[in-house]
Write a protein that binds this ligand. Structure first.
Ligand code: DQA
Length: 147
């Protein structure tokens, strides 16, 4: 079957998960989250590609490279969520489902985190459920793909 790949994108500072403000983001590392995604995705016949980058352009390039090749994107854009219009535009040019994930609930935090420039081009957003968010995101992707 074509288009069986789920692209998972992680934005800036998420490489520090496990060490970075564990009281906000939990004790799991990014590798732990990716392992959860892989285990959930395989149940739906999806392979996973993951990229973490602290650079907006690298994430934009990865979204471009996913066009016509990946079935869906799960993205935690980190702080880029709140102002990175280039990521918004790149996701708008991607055809499949896009699920935005946040470990914390940005709506319950500082006012500058209340805006997401990614939300308008996402199929939906999962926020505030900690590590469970990634499993829920794969479930959402599978449902959106009809798997
Ligand atoms: C985050 C929320 C963002 O506001 C923050 O800048 C992050 C992580 C989350 O997963 O809760 O880096 O995306």
């Amino acid at each position: 079957m074509p288009n069986q790949t789920l692209l998972v994108l992680s934005g800036p500072n998420l490489n520090l998960l496990g060490e970075r403000q564990p009281e906000v983001y939990g004790h799991e590392t990014l590798a732990d989250h990716v392992a959860v995604v892989e285990a959930a995705a395989v149940e739906h016949g999806l392979a996973v590609e993951h990229l973490q980058s602290n650079h907006e352009g690298e994430l934009v390039d990865a979204i471009h490279a996913a066009r016509g090749r990946c079935a869906a994107i799960v993205v935690n854009p980190g702080a880029f969520t709140h102002y990175a219009w280039a990521i918004h535009d790149a996701l708008a040019a991607f055809d499949g489902p896009v699920v935005e994930v946040h470990l914390s609930n940005p709506a319950a935090r500082e006012p500058w985190r209340h805006t997401s420039v990614v939300a308008p081009v996402a199929s939906g957003t999962i926020a505030g459920f900690g590590a469970d968010g990634y499993r829920l995101a794969v479930q959402a992707v599978a449902a959106l793909l009809g798997r």
